[in-house]
Design a protein around this ligand. Structure first.
Ligand SMILES: [Zn+2]
Length: 54
């Protein structure tokens, strides 16, 4: 069976979102130095979003 925790970690832990253009930047390890699209250094870690009540 596929390791679910592993895939979740891969999906969320290494994904950063540019605060300027909202592009997602994936990196294998650590934080990417800058956005791949606009070159901004303002990146935040992508958070797991819950769509419980909408
Ligand atoms: Zn960007």
């Amino acid at each position: 069976m596929v390791d679910f925790k592993e895939s979740m970690a891969r999906r969320f832990n290494n994904v950063f979102v540019c605060q300027r253009c909202n592009a997602t930047n994936r990196s294998s390890s650590g934080k990417p130095p800058q956005c791949r699209k606009c070159g901004s250094q303002r990146l935040r870690l992508k958070k797991k979003k819950r769509k419980a009540a909408a």
